[in-house]
Design a binder for this molecule. Structure first.
Ligand SMILES: Nc1ncnc2c1ncn2[C@@H]1O[C@H](COP(=O)(O)OP(=O)(O)O)[C@@H](O)[C@H]1O
Ligand SMILES: [Mg+2]
Length: 153
């Protein structure tokens, strides 16, 4: 049976997104698998962009709409950390996700070889086995977002 535990809820505007990102990472930096749920334009890519900026990711962080998977690197002390930023929006189902290499990325997260950020996780939920974080971003005002972070275990 799956258990859901709320870890965090934050509301933020773009001008304070750095604070939200810092609070978020302080709470969840020990996890590897992150599912970001929210409508088109909710702010999933924007949040990940600022998060990666805080981590000093060397690569340009943008929406993986065309490639489906973006790979980023950042230095954590002497360690080279890998991030897979995935967008499942254009996938039909889990079979398509597996064909596109999504499962390999998730396996890398399970082994501790990488971190996975997934936009539109609903498209292939079967690929996600606990433990993982389910993050919801809602538009609570045209310029304000509310993020809820739950641990699925
Ligand atoms: N507080 C906020 N947090 C994130 N994005 C915001 C916020 N306020 C306004 N926005 C705007 O909302 C849009 C979010 O787009 P994007 O991050 O691409 O969404 P998604 O990846 O969820 O489809 C951007 O144009 C961004 O400037
Ligand atoms: Mg996006």
């Amino acid at each position: 049976m799956q258990m859901k535990t709320q870890l965090l809820q934050i509301s933020y505007k773009l001008n304070s997104i750095d604070k939200a990102v810092a609070l978020f990472w302080k709470e969840v930096c020990n996890y590897r698998l992150f599912a970001f749920s929210g409508e088109m334009g909710a702010g999933k890519t924007t949040f990940l962009h600022y998060l990666c900026e805080m981590l000093h990711v060397e690569d340009v962080v943008s929406s993986p709409t065309f490639a489906l998977i973006n790979e980023y690197h950042y230095a954590d002390g002497n360690a080279d950390r890998i991030i897979y930023h995935m967008d499942w929006y254009r996938l039909k189902d889990a079979a398509e996700a597996i064909n596109a290499g999504m499962e390999d990325c998730i396996d890398a997260a399970k082994d501790g070889r990488a971190i996975c950020f997934i936009e539109w996780p609903e498209k292939a939920l079967e690929l996600l086995q606990p433990p993982y974080l389910w993050i919801t971003i809602e538009t609570t005002d045209p310029d304000q977002r509310t993020m809820t972070v739950e641990l699925i275990s």
